[in-house]
Design a protein around this ligand. Structure first.
Ligand SMILES: [Zn+2]
Length: 170
């Protein structure tokens, strides 16, 4: 048996284990920079199984919502989170060649006897999020909404700065 919060990836897949839990958004520290606030929680389920070729897989399903910061008006953008991803468990040290990244093939994860489940969930959520979350066009509610949607050469940097800058409370 692994310690709480850790799973043995191969054993988990081969014996078709299942793990469901709820994690407070506040505990997902790597999301902190892009969040408007850390209200709410995410529910996740990890299921082990094997595919038709008897390869070990982890199915990850995550649901809930996050309060992101709109990159246009800096207001609260409630983003529903609902996705699942299948990860192929590969031997440690398997090289990842992005050139060979086949969209038909599942993402991979290195086999380990002690996978940190919380870190995995954090990774999956981060990968699923939009790079520059915004309210749909014309729906920003704040006083910033009249600003032109600047597509100038510095906009990408401005967005980055907006992500990093501590937010002032209005
Ligand atoms: Zn907005």
């Amino acid at each position: 048996m692994s310690a709480p919060g850790l799973i043995d990836t191969l054993e988990f897949a081969h014996s078709a284990q299942e793990l469901s839990a709820t994690v407070p958004v506040a505990a997902l520290q790597r999301l902190e920079d892009i969040l408007y606030d850390s209200a709410g929680s995410l529910e996740y389920t990890i299921r082990g199984r094997q595919d038709a070729r008897r390869r070990p897989l982890l199915e990850v399903r995550i649901g809930g919502s996050l309060n992101l910061q709109c990159q246009r008006c800096l207001g609260k953008l409630e983003l529903p989170v609902q996705f699942e991803n299948t990860l192929l468990v590969v031997p440690p040290g398997t090289p990842v060649d992005p050139e060979l990244d086949d969209p038909e093939e599942p993402d991979t994860i290195e086999a380990t006897p002690e996978l940190d489940v919380a870190a995995l969930i954090e990774d999956e959520v981060l990968l699923s999020l939009p790079l520059a979350p915004r309210h749909p066009e014309g729906t920003c509610a704040s006083r910033f909404e009249k600003q032109p949607d600047d597509a100038g050469p510095h906009s990408a940097f401005d967005q980055l700065a907006a992500l990093k800058r501590p937010r002032s409370k209005h």
